[in-house]
Design a protein around this ligand. Structure first.
Ligand code: KG4
Ligand code: ZN
Length: 359
């Protein structure tokens, strides 16, 4: 069946057409209109501006998604839409647009949880490997750092989460303080790479070599781990963020320029190691389960490498979507929507958006 999906939970308007079946998914189109340039001026997403930009973009993008896929609404079997969590004004644009589309063309409407969407991105491209629940999944994005137990395609429960800030949000905020434009994730990734290489003199295996470097032992650069030490699968990224801000202030007070690369490397190392620690604990709790890593932060090159080593050491398979499908996009909403459709989870005209998590 062909699903047309709509995603508008944050600062990307996206519409996709995906051919969905039990044998797999074929992305016919996946148009993403990013508002990043608009929000960069303010150093973060301005919700009201995001809503307005979604309204301006959504209709044109839908025409484009149909055209690129080479189909018309007559060929579409169902409309899927992100209904939560996210910015409420932004979500409402997508939900109302999808409702109108489904009503006008007499198509079933599928409500989709954004996090289920991120996890379902892993089904879109499995590199020839077979991905089937049960598995453990990490969703790491601007708003989430959570570990899920995926018992079945639609049966997903959170087993660990951040008690405060999300990992992506912390990269964005600290990145901004060292002059990386919003969203700072990709810039942070690149700067950290330079820092790891500088610290180790190793241009290939720098992440593994980092712990033995002098830079790692430098007391001036010490930062706390965001992995909570209480037997849970939870994180606290605000502690790491505050310690990093204090570290930057100390350099400022002494009127010394902070070694940005080494600082970024140290910050990334603590963030990535914490995620690896908690995912390792989760995988030991669920023997034999494979690992899915999703969300915008899954694009991080150091995280990808570290988690692939973790999975290998525990004899598990790791599934991470290609970088183009890690960030917000509608193809992942179509994939998650397919599984909801199969269990008859459909919505009517009363469907409403919600800012809140539901997993
Ligand atoms: O999933 P996503 O596109 O939107 C949300 O649902 O939040 O994630 C966006 C987040 C931003 O915080 C961005 O800085 C981060 O993903 N990000 C990265 C990288 N690329 C994007 N973080 C670390 N390393 C990256 N390479
Ligand atoms: Zn997202």
């Amino acid at each position: 069946m062909k699903i047309l999906a709509v995603e508008s939970s944050c600062d990307e308007t996206s519409v996709a057409v995906v051919e969905c079946s039990d044998d797999g998914f074929v992305i016919k189109s996946n148009i993403v209109a990013s508002q990043i340039e608009t929000h960069r001026l303010y150093g973060g997403v301005v919700p009201e501006i995001a809503s307005r930009a979604h309204i301006e973009a959504i209709s044109g993008i839908t025409y484009e998604a149909l055209e690129v896929a080479g189909v018309t609404m007559a060929d579409i079997d169902a409309v899927a839409v992100t209904k939560n969590p996210g910015l409420i004004g932004a979500l409402l644009v997508g939900v109302n647009f999808a409702k109108s589309l489904a009503f006008a063309y007499g198509k079933p409407l599928i409500p989709v949880d954004h996090i289920k969407g991120h996890i379902a991105a892993a089904y879109l491209n499995t590199d020839g490997k077979e991905l089937k629940p049960p598995f453990v999944a990490l969703a790491a994005s601007g708003g989430h750092t959570a570990i899920y137990l995926v018992s079945d395609y639609t049966d997903i429960k959170m087993v660990g989460t951040t008690r405060d800030d999300a990992i992506g949000e912390s990269f964005d905020k600290i990145g901004r303080m060292i002059g990386i434009p919003y969203p700072a994730g990709a810039g942070f990734d690149a700067l950290s790479r330079e820092g790891f290489i500088l610290a180790t003199g190793d241009t290939s295996d720098f992440y593994s070599a980092y712990k033995k470097s002098d830079a790692y032992r430098d007391p001036e650069m010490r930062l706390p781990s965001p992995a909570l030490n209480d037997g849970s699968l939870d994180f606290s990224f605000s502690g790491l963020k505050t310690a990093a801000i204090n570290l930057l202030h100390k350099y400022e007070q002494k009127d010394i320029a902070v070694p940005r690369e080494l600082f970024a490397a140290r910050y990334t190392y603590e963030a990535v190691e914490a995620v690896a620690k908690k995912l390792g604990d989760a995988l030991l709790r669920y023997p034999g389960y494979n690992l899915v890593v999703s969300g915008g932060v899954a694009a991080n090159s150091h995280l990808r490498k570290r988690l692939s080593e973790l999975a290998k050491s525990l004899c598990r398979e790791l599934f991470i979507p290609p970088v183009s499908l890690c960030g917000d996009n509608a193809a992942m909403i179509a994939a998650a929507g397919y599984f909801e459709y199969k269990i008859g989870n459909l919505a009517g005209a009363s469907l409403n958006a919600s800012a809140l998590d539901s997993l």
